[in-house]
Design a protein around this ligand. Sequence first.
Ligand code: FUB
Length: 352
Amino acid sequence: MNRSGIAGVVIIALSIAAVAGQAPKPDPAKFLTPPLVKDLYTADPSAHVFNGKLFIYPSHDIDAGVPPDDLGSHFAMRDYHVFSMDAVGGKVIDHGVALDIRNVPWAGRQMWAPDAAEKGGKYYLYFPVKDREDVFRIGAAVGDSPTGPFTPQAQPIKGSYSIDPAVFKDSDGKYYMYFGGIWGGQLQRWASGTYTPKDTYPAKDQPALGAKIARLGDDMVSIAEAPKDVVLLDEKGKALSAGDTGRRFFEGAWLHKRNGTYYFSYSTGDTHFIMYATGSSPYGPFTVKGKILEPVLGWTNHHSIVEFQEKSYLFYHDAQLSGGQTHLRNIKMIELKYRPDGSIIPIDAYIE
Ligand code: FUB
């Protein structure tokens, strides 16, 4: 299904209802969890625990009136809000605008999925946005509080490109940024190492394009090395091929560590899964293990995983509140459970 489409039979029914002029509201009882925020559209939730409190850094979806296309032009977001929670099931506080596109000197359009990190009492917001040449870059902004406001750097992070930054702090105190996304995320335009405005994809039987990883500099607003490929292997140790669309990386990278194992998770985009793979180093390679989340209502599937008060949580989104409009999403959370062998129990976002 193309990126402008809407996934699922439920949605086809909803679209027909919309054409017929009826309010296209899906039955809340069909969904595993309710939206966390109901007065704004929010998506791509990156969750972190800072000072014992849960903070969520999502995209802020808006209807900018941009017609949908396969590049995701209708995802025309312009600012970020930060949310916090003291307790699971408790009040979700909206801390207001933490960064506005008007304050980013180099930004053109489309503020996509952000992430955040803390170091030495300073907080860093990482965000993808197209520059004035319509090339996605990753920016960094600095603040004194996890809720912002964040002051953007004058330029994007040197050597960064594409979308969906996710920053992981390892137990040894090193920070790594994972990033990248194909199709509208433009990763396929960097195959030669520099940007070309032409899409170049590997043949179906060749290794798929991977997410990128780079260690962050001590200043947290630079990368300390040339980005490397995050390699995903199948159960036989062979790199996933570009034609393996049910498992290959598309966008939305995330990294968490549990019991010494590195879990790299990501969205398969046009096949709509959240998958995970495990390895013994933040650089990988990672061996694909299985699904974390089945397709949700809406085209995109994007998540994060965080440990809070001794439980693991999956943050994700769907388009429940907007009745399936793929660019108007809402964030959700659910406990994530592991089997004794460390494998993740997959989640179905719908109730039978
Ligand atoms: O929210 C805009 C884009 O949609 C994100 O950057 C992708 O991961 C997808 O969720």
